[in-house]
Design a protein. Structure first.
Length: 214
């Protein structure tokens, strides 16, 4: 494992390629999370589509095909990067807003730039009770502890969606040593240790543009 700035999650590219109809529903999903801390239901999305003359099934299928929103077998949201509809080890909050859960560490680091507001990230290090706190304002951040890093890992199954192959393996660690120890204990996951600058840059690159309309 080495430190590297090259983490290609490709959510910004995928979102930019959406049709206007799918883009509208994508913004509806992200806005609902940002305003309420919860995912919109499928019924909510179908209603939003109908209100705007959008064929709901086509737009929702496009979101799923581009892996910007993941749906479960019942058609409800399972992931809407950077947001998770279920609790994770990474919580993000901001003044006047709800507490949300992030899919992974890089996703969390991009939320401030996406929302254009400062946020506070509270994360639990995998397999320990240690905590990492990051206060992020756009492309600037203050990390506690100062030694904290991000381990960006993935399984070898390239056919899987991000929610299955990477999200559970991109986490905050209190030190690089802690990240290396965790990786050694989990040989099924390969990855790199990202320093603070590179991890934040990845988050901003992936998510800053997602709620900005052209």
């Amino acid at each position: 494992m080495t430190e590297s700035p090259n983490l290609e999650l490709n959510k910004a590219t995928a979102a930019a390629a959406l049709t206007e109809a799918a883009r509208h529903l994508h913004l509806t999903v992200l806005t609902t999370f940002a305003e309420t801390g919860r995912a919109p239901t499928r019924a909510n999305l179908i209603r939003a589509a109908d209100d705007n003359g959008i064929v709901a099934d086509d737009a929702l299928n496009e979101l799923a095909a581009r892996d910007v929103v993941v749906f479960n077998d019942e058609g409800e949201i399972r992931a809407a990067y950077p947001f998770s509809p279920i609790p994770t080890a990474i919580r993000v909050s901001w003044d006047g807003g709800p507490t949300v859960y992030s899919m992974c560490a890089v996703d969390a680091l991009g939320i401030s730039a996406m929302l254009d507001r400062p946020v506070t990230i509270m994360a639990t290090e995998p397999d320990t009770e240690a905590t990492v706190t990051v206060r992020v304002d756009g492309d600037k951040a203050h990390w506690i502890p100062e030694s904290a890093v991000v381990f960006a890992g993935a399984t070898d199954d390239e056919c899987c969606l991000s929610v299955d192959s990477t999200c559970g393996h991109i986490n905050f660690f209190t030190t690089a040593e802690a990240a290396h120890t965790w990786a050694a204990d989990h040989p099924e996951v390969s990855g790199v240790v990202l320093n603070q600058t590179n991890a934040l840059a990845c988050g901003v690159a992936e998510f800053a543009s997602l709620m900005h309309t052209a």
